[in-house]
Design a protein around this ligand. Structure first.
Ligand code: NAD
Length: 484
């Protein structure tokens, strides 16, 4: 199979925060990959805009280093890299002052698509929107891309939505959740809505429960300051995990169009029941041996910020009443492994007798480290030993099924940036979705903040606090092992 790359229209992309960590690790290498693939044409322009004082040549050197470091293929293809870098420009700018704005205005072309990527601290999102307006840059063919976190609670998210809405229509706002740009996450929609096989079973009559795990092996690292003000609930649960939950639980939209999809996701969030206090577990890691504890790493001995959270969520609608969703995420867990597991109910009656054991179909959608989808089916164990049953995976790992070239799909960021240029908002969060997600999350955080009980501790390299295991044991169920 040969991939089809459809070039996007010419564009001017301004990366506010063009010298930051995200620009270096994801945005610039991602753009280079799209350029190399022929999707971003020679008439596209990328303008880095940040506080550092440098000229276009210095920015090209800066971008070269970033691309070489985070896109290993670049070193083998310096011809493409040189051409890509020629399309880069730079302006020193202050999001809170006047410096650089008239220069930026002069660099932009009138008739091309304009995208402004807000890859700066969230405290600057409102300032940037204001400045773009003040300098006449909030034109009809402009789009803005807003990074996470989008607010830290319902109130701040509403305020941010309101500020941005003063100058931009919802159709111009692209709130990034990079999980939605993952190949597998989109494949989840293809599997559900492109096959007749799964959808009839996709409900509480056949699905026992669903587990979503986003486990990280690393600790807070250099992001301690930010993380300690945020925590696992705000950093992962409110956005990435809730978005995954929506895609799993939503009704089939009438068509694959931005508002049709987002309407259905919003209905899921609004049908979520409030979480009971005993259904929310928060934890904080403790070091063992060489590894530090959370409190040491963030330099705050009294911190009660959670580095782990597990929730038991229920959805009150016809499809899901009676099927719990177990959600967990954390740092310094056993391994880096993220997956969604749809665990189907047992067959109503086993004709093979007690010796055959208990078997279940599980559809596993693996998000990282290796993306792929696996369906566990029960078959007869080969051999003459009678009717013994065994579970085997029907593996749909992309590299196996489609060949290595097809499996070399774009990173989430590069796909999402191209969607911005194409004007396709399907994989971006709408303002009302973000607010509804905060409205569900806020009471859980409020309960913790009012409580005088600190988070439970868990050992580095474990599966989280014991209470998280109990969350499922109580229901006669168990978490799947965290394994890459
Ligand atoms: P960073 O601190 O590494 O970079 C910040 C950038 O903003 C720099 O280019 C700096 O020059 C610029 N800047 C700071 N103040 C400015 C001002 N007054 N005017 C103009 N430019 C200014 O930050 P980052 O890690 O790249 O993160 C950027 C955004 O992306 C944040 O909102 C963050 O939450 C989000 N994000 C980052 C990551 C990541 O992996 N780094 C992941 C998800 C989301």
């Amino acid at each position: 199979m040969v991939s089809r790359v459809i070039p996007v229209d010419p564009f001017d992309l301004v990366i506010f925060g063009g010298t930051g960590d995200l620009a270096q690790r994801k945005i610039l290498p991602g753009l280079f990959r799209r350029f190399r693939a022929g999707q971003m044409g020679g008439d596209a322009r990328v303008i880095g805009a940040a506080r550092s004082d440098m000229d276009a040549d210095a920015y090209r050197d800066f971008a070269r280093k970033a691309v070489m470091e985070f896109e290993p293929e670049a070193a083998k293809d310096t011809e493409h890299l040189d051409s890509f870098l020629q399309q880069l420009d730079y302006v020193t700018i202050d999001a809170r002052g006047n410096a650089g704005w008239s220069e930026l205005t002069g660099m932009l072309r009138d008739d091309e698509i304009r995208a402004f990527y807000f890859s700066v601290a969230p405290s600057l999102f409102g300032d940037l929107a204001d400045r773009l307006h003040k300098h006449g840059l909030d034109c009809p063919n402009c789009r803005i891309v807003v990074e996470k976190p989008f607010g830290r609670d319902l109130q701040t998210a509403k305020a941010l939505n309101a500020t941005i809405a003063e100058y931009f229509d919802e159709q111009q706002i692209y709130r990034i959740d990079h999980y939605l740009g993952k190949e597998t996450v989109q494949n989840l929609m293809a599997i559900r809505f492109g096959n007749t096989l799964f959808e009839p079973l996709w409900n509480s009559q056949y699905v026992d429960h669903i587990q979503i795990t986003v486990a990280e092996e690393v600790g807070v690292g250099g992001r301690g300051d930010y993380y300690d003000r945020s925590g696992a609930m705000r950093d992962m649960m409110q956005n990435h995990i809730m978005q995954l939950l929506c895609l799993i639980a939503m009704e089939p939209p009438a068509k694959f169009d931005p508002d049709a999809v987002r309407d259905e996701k919003l209905k899921v969030i609004r049908a979520l029941d409030p979480v009971a206090p005993e259904d929310a577990v928060r934890g904080q890691y403790e070091g063992t041996g060489q590894s530090g504890s959370y409190r040491n790493e963030v330099g705050n001995r009294d911190s009660t910020t959670e580095s782990f959270v597990a929730l038991r969520a229920t959805i009150s609608n016809w499809r899901w009443a009676g099927t719990p969703f177990y959600l967990r995420t954390g740092k310094r867990l056993r391994e880096r492994a993220s997956e969604i597991a749809v665990v189907f109910k047992d067959a109503p009656h086993s004709i093979f007798g007690a010796d055959a054991g208990r078997h279940r179909n599980i559809l596993t959608i693996k998000l990282q480290p290796n993306e792929g989808i696996e369906l566990g089916v029960t078959i007869k164990e080969p051999g003459p030993g009678g009717m013994r049953l065994v579970d085997v995976p029907l593996d749909m790992t992309f590299a196996e099924a489609l060949g290595p070239e097809e499996a070399d799909f774009p990173d989430a960021y590069e796909r999402l940036i191209m969607d911005v240029i194409r004007g396709n908002q399907t994989l971006f969060m709408r303002g009302d979705e973000v607010e509804a997600a905060w409205a569900w999350i806020d009471p859980i955080i409020a309960l913790w903040e009012e409580s005088d009980r600190p988070p439970l501790t868990y050992a580095t390299g474990s599966s989280g606090p014991d209470d998280a295991l109990m969350l499922m044991h109580r229901d006669g169920r168990r978490w799947r092992e965290i394994r890459a």
